[in-house]
Design a protein around this ligand. Structure first.
Ligand SMILES: Nc1ncnc2c1ncn2[C@@H]1O[C@H](COP(=O)(O)OP(=O)(O)O)[C@@H](O)[C@H]1O
Ligand SMILES: [Mg+2]
Length: 262
């Protein structure tokens, strides 16, 4: 899915949240949108799936404008996306297998046999094979994230959206989720958009990245260029993060790395 965003503006309340946001996302890539909290990243994702409309600007998907689509037309567009929510969004009363099959059952009305096969395949893809009978309450934070990814994969999404996928996870789980995201992108070829302020993730998984500051992209390009950027807004972000408050992190300014998994 090829996405072009041009000069997007959005004011919410009295805040100018998007202030001329322009960026391009290429088919099949892992695109990371990075920036401090409150810079409009989640608001941007909402525009992409039509949950919010801009005050002005253009968003095109595979060459087709989506800003002027009706709510009904947007339902079709939205089906092309798989969204992985921060909380995972699993229902406690259902087993893992039932949770992952939920969209196929409720939205796509697929037969139980079909659903069972697809669910097994997707659980396998995220490393949760054999856990279909478990309740969400018996899963770790990282496993819940993986289950949410498996569910998003059941509908053959062309574009996967992750909003802060590693937030609240310890470094090892965060590393596993990064690996699952890269792996799923490779295996499915789905365009993958990851919104995060986790620099460790950024450097590991991004094919391209856009750094958002005050509602606009002030750096777009590769990881190395970002690291070396002399833009003072980029430097401030990188240096702030390097001295960040998160004591679980082993990040340093020069080498950003999590403790290795054993
Ligand atoms: N529905 C809303 N109404 C009013 N303000 C909002 C709304 N959603 C987000 N905002 C504001 O927009 C700004 C950007 O929010 P958000 O996109 O969630 O930031 P982040 O980059 O952390 O994801 C914040 O100041 C937030 O308070
Ligand atoms: Mg957000």
């Amino acid at each position: 899915m090829h996405i072009v965003v041009e000069d997007l503006h959005k004011t919410l309340g009295t805040t100018k949240v998007l202030d001329g946001l322009s960026l391009e996302i290429h088919t099949g890539e892992v695109c990371v949108i990075v920036g401090a909290s409150g810079t409009g990243k989640s608001v941007f994702l909402k525009h992409l799936v039509g949950l919010m409309k801009p005050d002005s600007g253009r968003i095109s998907i595979d060459g087709e404008d989506i800003v002027h689509k009706s709510e009904r037309e947007m339902l079709e567009v939205r089906k092309r996306f798989g969204m992985i929510f921060q909380s995972g969004g699993l229902l406690q009363s259902l087993s893992l297998e039932e949770n992952v099959g939920l969209t196929l059952r409720e939205v796509h009305r697929r037969s139980p046999d079909d659903i069972r096969d697809v669910v097994a395949e997707k659980l396998n893809m995220v490393g949760l094979e054999g856990r279909g009978d478990q309740r969400p309450s018996t899963l770790s934070g990282g496993q819940i994230k993986r289950a949410a990814i498996a569910r998003a994969l059941t509908t053959k999404a062309e574009c996967l959206l992750f909003d802060e996928p590693t937030a609240g996870l310890d470094p090892l789980m965060a590393q596993t989720i990064d690996e699952v995201i890269s792996d799923v992108n490779r295996k499915t070829g789905a365009t993958t958009i990851v919104v995060t302020h986790d620099l460790i993730s950024v450097f590991k998984i991004a094919d391209s990245l856009h750094f958002i500051d005050k509602g606009r992209a002030v750096y777009s390009g590769g990881v190395e260029g970002f690291r070396k950027s002399q833009d003072e807004r980029v430097r401030a972000f990188l240096e702030r993060d390097a001295h960040g408050r998160d004591s679980l992190r082993a990040s340093t300014q020069s080498g950003v790395q999590r403790p290795s998994a054993t």
